[in-house]
Design a protein around this ligand. Structure first.
Ligand code: HPA
Ligand code: ZN
Length: 326
């Protein structure tokens, strides 16, 4: 359709993407074979059948299991490069990507391995694909504050290469306030701050992310819509929400894509963006998220243009760097 052509043609940024969530079933089998890692799947069909979830925890269990095939710097490089190649074809011009160092250090892969491989691919992206980047290190919120500080110490030599920190994994029971001291340290180092909040967790967690973590962006934020005062605050402050429609559908944050709040978010004046979260697991990269959401909730041409613009104005690029894309 005309809208699909517009979606393809518009320059876009992706602001909510877990690199480990871009591990396609084919790659999972390939990396398992080359690293001789035992996984409970033999065929693509078996992997695909396992990529079925009814909530966040269901997904996370498979996501951490999938990570076990990532062992070497080359694996992380190839994973990142494949993602970049994939989104370059969708006219994505800038990416702000997450990685989960604790998902790797916990199973004996040293901190330096994932970040070295990821940065090698990201540093080549401008010349190879015309894509600029920021790298965001996430803490797993189901682990302790002490574990987060251990990871922070391992990250110290890399801080000039890490643009921001984030918070992901199991949300309920692990409120943002648990990590207030880590965020304080990162803020002192001049890093950007983001956190997943209001995906499954209540509006109170979004308030905590704003007030206690002092985040620059909210990842997901869907449940903010349950609180009128919060919506007004987010809209007035121009806070960016990195919304992930196909993720929301896969993890049953919404029952059906026609029920997705994207249109409503725009009507409420929220600075929403469209992102893929974990595209290998949730059935689509950023353009597919745009296409399916546009169809399901009736986005107009203007809505789509606004969403593409929001992806740059909500990014950590400077105004000068954003300008050519707007
Ligand atoms: N939510 C929380 N943790 C995650 C996600 C998510 O959507 N994706 C990868 N880790
Ligand atoms: Zn996410």
């Amino acid at each position: 359709s005309d809208l699909d052509a517009l979606i393809d043609a518009l320059p876009k940024a992706e602001l909510h993407l877990h690199l480990e969530g871009s591990l396609e079933p084919e790659q999972l089998l390939e990396f398992a074979a080359r690293n001789k890692v035992d996984i409970p799947f033999k065929t693509l069909e078996e992997v695909r059948a396992a990529y079925e979830f009814s909530n966040l925890q269901d997904f996370l269990d498979i996501y951490y299991q999938g990570m076990s095939v990532l062992q070497t710097e080359a694996d992380f490089h190839d994973l990142t490069d494949a993602y970049l190649q994939r989104v370059a074809a969708d006219n994505v011009r800038h990416v702000e990507v997450f990685f989960d160092p604790q998902g790797h250090t916990e199973r004996g892969v040293p901190f330096d391995v994932p970040i070295s491989g990821i940065l090698k691919a990201l540093d080549a992206a401008k010349a190879k694909y015309g894509i600029t980047y920021r790298l965001i290190m996430c803490f797993l919120r189901h682990l302790s504050e002490e574990e987060a500080f251990k990871t922070w110490d391992q990250a110290k030599p890399w801080l000039s290469r890490i643009h921001g920190i984030g918070l992901d994994s199991s949300e309920n029971g692990h409120p943002p306030s648990k990590f207030a001291r880590i965020y304080e340290e990162a803020r002192k180092e001049g890093l950007k701050l983001v956190a997943h909040a209001g995906e499954e967790g209540p509006p109170a967690y979004v308030y905590e992310a704003l007030d206690e973590l002092k985040v620059d962006r909210i990842d997901h934020g869907n449940r903010s819509l349950e609180d009128e005062k919060l919506v007004a605050r987010l809209a007035e402050s121009g806070m960016t929400l990195t919304v992930c429609p196909l993720s929301n559908l896969s993890l049953c944050v919404v029952d059906d894509l026609t029920q997705h709040p994207m249109k409503k978010m725009l009507e409420l004046g929220l600075r929403a963006t469209v992102n893929s979260d974990d595209p290998a697991y949730f059935g689509g990269y950023v353009s597919q998220n745009f296409r399916e959401t546009a169809k399901a909730v009736g986005l107009t041409r203007d809505d789509i243009i606004t969403l593409a613009k929001n992806s740059f104005t909500g990014s950590f690029l400077s105004a000068d760097e954003q300008a050519p894309h707007l």
